[in-house]
Unconditional design. Structure first.
Length: 276
């Protein structure tokens, strides 16, 4: 089982594919973790070397208390160095994107490119923060059957409820039957206590693609536009009829956008290694 212990925290990761191909590091969203990328893997694995990360408190990764996004980003920067990945592309969804921005602005030479999916740079507005905080507290208290229906619209668009009933059923069951939630809750605390990093965004030099779901209440397209406007030469892609879990709802659209963005850069392992 591939685990590296960094700053006394066990970080789990999985590698898939040929190391001679461009590397994508996949850091998933709160609660759903690496599973949030499952539909993308078969669309990408033939052309990329994939490294799945379990973010602190998710999957087989450990944590320390309290968790702070900046410290978590430092842990993953060290993991990338230990793995010897030559200028990978960081693909961060939700908390994974928050970590990616923190790595990219502090270590401008580390990443070949940055893909941010449903990630924000600023704290939530008070009304949204209060609403989601109540849901997280109930989730932690094992009141999952009670909160699952009000929680699902934070993750999925209206069209997904109409057209992908099996997907909704699968993730309704995932929430209701989730095991002990304390570790994931500690990661959620790191997100709730995050600092505003908007002023640091112009320091990010990695080519950046920002992907938003058009109906995402947790990371609205307007918030992601703020990121795209402040990172030099960043692009914003808004996917219609999608919400926070856009990678599950619209995996083909996400994969196509990612490929279109990366292809002109011709990020072979050899080329990225020689540019370090």
């Amino acid at each position: 089982m591939p685990i590296q212990t960094i700053n006394n925290v066990a970080l789990h990761y999985e590698e898939r594919g040929d190391r001679s191909k461009p590397c994508l590091v996949l850091a998933g969203p709160l609660l759903f973790g690496a599973q949030g990328f499952d539909p993308l893997v078969p669309l990408l694995e033939n052309d990329f070397y994939l490294v799945h990360l379990d973010v602190h408190g998710h999957g087989r990764s450990g944590l320390r208390v309290p968790l702070i996004l900046e410290d978590m980003a430092e842990d993953f920067r060290e993991l990338l160095l230990r793995l010897g990945l030559p200028k990978p592309v960081w693909v961060g969804h939700s908390i994974g994107g928050m970590l990616g921005m923190r790595i990219a602005h502090k270590y401008p030479d580390l990443l070949a490119a940055l893909i941010l999916i449903a990630a924000t740079a600023r704290p939530d507005p008070p009304a949204l923060g209060e609403q989601t905080w109540q849901l997280w507290q109930a989730f932690r208290a094992r009141q999952r059957a009670t909160i699952v229906e009000p929680a699902l619209p934070f993750f999925f668009a209206r069209a997904t409820f109409r057209e992908q009933s099996e997907l909704i059923r699968q993730y309704r069951d995932w929430i209701v039957n989730f095991p002990d939630a304390e570790n994931v809750f500690q990661s959620a605390l790191a997100v709730f206590n995050r600092t505003d990093i908007t002023e640091f965004l112009p320091r990010i030099v990695a080519p950046t693609l920002v992907i938003a779901g058009s109906e995402d209440p947790a990371a609205p397209a307007a918030e992601l536009q703020v990121i795209a406007e402040r990172i030099p030469h960043a692009r914003l892609m808004v996917i219609e009829q999608a919400s926070h879990l856009v990678t599950l709802e619209k995996p083909r659209e996400v994969a196509a956008g990612l490929r279109t963005f990366l292809q002109p850069r011709k990020l072979s392992a050899h080329e990225t290694a020689t540019r370090r």
